[in-house]
Design a binder for this molecule. Structure first.
Ligand SMILES: Cc1ncc(C[n+]2csc(CCOP(=O)(O)OP(=O)(O)O)c2C)c(N)n1
Length: 330
């Protein structure tokens, strides 16, 4: 099961870099669009955490599923969802992933195995375990990856999900993206008893740790964990330490945070680290710049397209939504 400790090919890492740039550009553009009044509601930027989604999702195929949380754009892009359709969704326009009715916190594309972002902490995880149960009952080969934050480790449904997944030996990989924050609080200041890793180990679920700011490291560790889940070993848990560059959401200017801490996390940039890795193996600066430029153009195009896209037909407000007023209930 142990993955070859051999290095990945530079072309593979260039592919990971391209995905990370797409996520970064998407997040910065989404934040700018929010401040420009083009996007309503809230936007939780994933900037700084790109290596986690990228290094895990590169091992997934079309038959695999991902569930996400409120900071979910990066997971969707890494699973292959179209950034142009996602941007339309943020702008509330026709052609968005949910027809413009879901917005930033409800990006889903079932055709690609993206089960959705979720604003309720940690309901994406319970959904993931339900999906894993369905795969097992239908004897399908896919696996499910559940992404969630360290703040979610203080909510009860998460422990129910761990217990269930372990009990039924479900094909699910839990990925805790530990950026140290729960909204404006340091998670450790609102956590009683032992933190994330010890809590999970108590369920008998194997735990692995990785520096989530280094995509090559995440890719390597995730390769083994995905293989273990695929082979029927049951749930696995990855604890990835990482950094949130921006506030909890794009409106939050982080007055509660030491500016030196923000500077420190920006120095440990996952994109810069991947570029260094590639440069050390002979990839020239021009090629690296071209990858960045391609992502910049793709996302600029997505923004232009979203801004020009038509609004949904008002009549569509009543389609594809839960019907809680049906005559059958009265
Ligand atoms: C059930 C529930 N309680 C509270 C909230 C408010 N809330 C939104 S995000 C969050 C904490 C998020 O921290 P974490 O899970 O670590 O994710 P991060 O924002 O750091 O990525 C909270 C408490 C919520 N969305 N859902």
């Amino acid at each position: 099961m142990s993955s070859a400790a051999s290095e990945p090919a530079t072309d593979d890492v260039l592919g990971l870099l391209a995905t990370m740039h797409l996520i970064r550009e998407f997040e910065e553009a989404a934040g700018a669009a929010l401040h420009a009044g083009q996007v309503r509601g809230s936007v939780h930027q994933y900037t700084g955490q790109e290596a986690v989604a990228t290094g895990v999702c590169c091992h997934l195929g079309p038959g695999d599923y991902v569930s996400s949380h409120h900071r979910g754009h990066g997971h969707a892009i890494a699973k292959g969802v179209s950034p142009a359709r996602m941007m339309r969704e943020l702008f509330g326009r026709q052609g968005g992933t949910s027809g413009g009715k879901g917005g930033s916190m409800h990006i889903a594309d079932f055709s690609l195995g993206m089960l959705g972002a979720n604003g309720v902490v940690p309901d994406g995880v319970t959904i993931a375990v339900g999906a894993a149960q369905a795969l097992k009952m239908q004897d399908k080969p896919g696996i499910v990856v559940a992404f969630f934050g360290d703040g979610a480790m203080n909510r009860g449904p998460l422990f129910e999900a761990f217990n269930w997944a372990k009990l039924f030996r479900l094909p699910v990989l839990f990925v805790c993206e530990d950026n140290g924050w729960s909204v404006t609080l340091r998670t450790r200041t609102v956590t009683g008893g032992p933190p994330a890793v010890e809590r999970v180990a108590a369920f008998g679920i194997p735990v692995s740790r990785v520096d989530g700011n280094h995509v090559v490291a995440v890719r390597r560790v995730a390769q083994d964990l995905v293989a273990a889940v695929r082979s029927g070993a049951g749930p696995q848990f990855l604890h990835a330490t990482t950094d949130r560059w921006h506030g909890h959401l794009a409106h939050d200017c982080q007055r509660y945070r030491d500016p030196q801490d923000i500077e420190r996390v920006r120095q440990d940039d996952c994109i810069a680290s991947a570029e260094r890795w590639l440069a050390q193996r002979g990839v020239d600066a021009g090629r690296l710049a071209a990858v960045r430029e391609q992502a910049r153009r793709t996302i600029a195009g997505a923004v232009d397209e979203a801004a020009a896209a038509p609004w949904p037909d008002p009549a569509s407000a009543y389609t594809d939504v839960q019907d809680i007023g049906s005559a059958a209930w009265r």
